[in-house]
Design a protein around this ligand. Sequence first.
Ligand code: NAD
Ligand code: MLT
Length: 314
Amino acid sequence: MHIAKVLITDNIDEICTNSLRSAGIHVDVKVGLTKEQLVADISQYDALVVRSQTKVTADVIQAGKPQLKLVGRAGTGVDNIDLKAASAAGVMVLNTPMGNTMSAAEHTCAMIMACSRNIPQGNEALKAGNWKLRSKLMGNELYEKTIGIIGLGRIGREVATRMQAFGMKTIGYDPLVPPQASKEFGVEGLSLEQIWPQADYLTIHVPLIPQTKNLLCDDVFAKCKPGFRVVNVARGGVVDEDALLRALQSGRCAGAALDVFAEEPPQNAALLQHPRMVATPHLGASTVEGQQRCAAEIAAEVVNASQGKTPNGI
Ligand code: NAD
Ligand code: MLT
């Protein structure tokens, strides 16, 4: 595949630009383009490299034809790329599925702890001079609690082994990981119906696909153990945000921690402001190490593709 010119439209570590340039590829970095600007510019490039901010829609792919041959995603989820349109146009899509696994797993563990021990609420109160709020910030131990892990792929299993170190019982579900396989990393494989009433904590590690949209909804929350907590560092849209707000308001859900939202930036002010809600602005992959790995891996993928080598990502 001939790749002479690459456009980068999101903030991606400079390792990517440097590696591509070292391979003799011309790189333009244009962060913050409007959709119209991207559609106007894309036809000059052989490849487009993005993170999650740029939406690579069917319009962008159409506008890129015939020169655009590859879209590289420096990260895991490819839900910001119209895969159907790319495939119809013969545009290859590559990602770096392992580059930010540890970052996302560690962020999940931090979110589990933050919502168990009210760390953001305590921090906010103390900075506002409110010492007395401490009496209202009673938490729960993780020790001997059960965590249900939905999705036992790369990130789900790293979360499992880390939470086992806190003395948690780890149960989980993944249609592609049979119980004999999950037993090897200490997760008891169960059906979703078995998990809902047993889990004190639920953590989500699935892609956003039609089968997982609103997977956690009113019906599910009604089956969950009273006082459960829910953490989502996967994709917004997997948790029905209105249903989660109802579960928090009714007290059935003791706490929630979300890194990802159906719409980003999130629009659901009532959910964001809920006192038992912990939120981060899609920071799961935002570590120096994770971003450097993704940047290096996506550059290597583009160079490999230009040399006709087999890609590692999708
Ligand atoms: P992965 O592909 O390794 O694992 C996903 C797993 O989900 C697979 O094993 C798959 O079989 C399983 N799955 C699919 N449908 C399911 C269902 N209905 N029920 C249960 N399991 C199901 O992916 P990963 O690298 O572990 O990433 C997991 C998620 O985390 C993705 O959505 C990814 O985009 C997201 N992510 C977010 C951040 C962030 O910054 N917040 C960073 C990295 C990844
Ligand atoms: C991913 O899927 O890799 C994440 O959403 C991280 C990112 O923002 O790139």
